[in-house]
Ligand binder design. Sequence first.
Ligand code: FAQ
Length: 315
Amino acid sequence: MDATRQQADFDALIASDGRVEPRDWMPEGYRKTLIRQIAQHAHSEIIGMQPEGNWITRAPSLRRKAILLAKVQDEAGHGLYLYSAAETLGMSREEMLDLLHAGRQRYSSIFNYPTPTWADVAAIGWLVDGAAITNQVPLTRCSYGPYARAMIRICKEESFHQRQGFESLLQLSNGTPEQHEMAQDAVNRWWWPSLMMFGPPDDDSPNSAQSTAWGIKRFSNDELRQRFVDICVPQAETLGLTLPDPDLVWNAERGHYDYGVIDWTEFQQVLKGNGPCNRQRIAVRRQAHSDGAWVREAAAAYAAKKQAAAVTEAA
Ligand code: FAQ
C-alpha cells in the first residue's frame, strides 16, 4: 500500500474514533508521541512507589500497612502494564529504563516532593491519585488500543487509592488537634504540586494540539485541572480542611471555581531536575535497577536453557 493511502486510512480511523492497534500503520510522530507519553506514565508509576513506599514500615496500624502495601504493589503493576503497552510501539522496556536513568525520559513532577509525615501518604491518595484519575479516565478512550485498555484497569485501582487516601485524611482531620494539624499541613504542601501534574497551561503546552488531533488527549491540560479543582473544593469541606489558596472562589458565571496563579517557575525547576527530591529519586531508582541485575540474568539464563532444551527435543 502506498504512503498516501496508508495516511488516508489512518486519518479515517482517527476521524471515526476507531482504535489504532500495534500492527496497524501509523505516522512516525504518532508512534513517538505515544512512546513519550506512555513511557513517562510508566516511569511515574515506578518512581511514584518511592514517596509512599518510604512509609510501609512505619504505617500506624496493621490495617493501614496492608492498604499501603496493596497500593504500592498496584503502582508496580501499573508500571508493568504501561511498559508493555509502550513495547507494542517498538521500544523495549530496557531501553525505556536506560533513558529514564540517563534523564532522557521524564516522570511526573509530583514525585519529586518529600513525604515527611504519615499524613503525606493520605494526602497523596486524595490529591495525587485524585489528579491522576481525573487525567486518566479520558485516556481510557485514547486512540491507541493497548494504552486505552491498560487505562481501564489502572483507573479502577486508582479509584480505590483515592478513596483510601480520603478516608485516611478524614480520620486524621477528625482526630486529635495534632493529627488535624498534620493533615492540614500535608494538604497545604501537596495542593499546588497536584495542580501542576496536569502539565503546563494550554498556551504553553507544545504537544497538546497534535495529541488532541490524534485522539490521544481528549481534554486540554487546563480543562482537566479545572475539573479537578471543582471536584476537590467540596471534598475539602467534607474533610474539614482548607485548600491553601485565598483566591479560590465559586464563579457562578463560569460555573466553576476560580483559583489562584500557579507558580510555573517552580514547575519548570522541578522538570529541570531541581525539585526537592529529584536527585534522590533517580539515585534510588538506579540502585534498585542495579540490585535487580541478578534477577534479569537468572531469567535470561533460564530462558536460554529452555530454548536449548526445545531445540534438542525438536532435533
Ligand atoms: N511532570 O505539551 P505538554 C500517577 C512535560 S501517574 C513532568 O502539555 P503532554 C499515579 C511533558 O512531558 C502520573 N513533566 O505535554 C500514581 C512535555 O515534555 P517534553 C503521571 C511534565 O504530554 C499516584 C512538556 O512538559 N501521569 O500519578 C508534566 O501533552 C500516586 C510539555 O507539556 C501521566 O503520565 C508533569 N506533571 O501533556 C502513582 C498521565 N506535565 O516531552 C504513585 C499521562 C507536562 O515535550 C502514587 N500523561 N510535562 O519534553 C499525560 O496525560 C500527559 O503526558 C500530560 C502532559 C498531561 C502529563
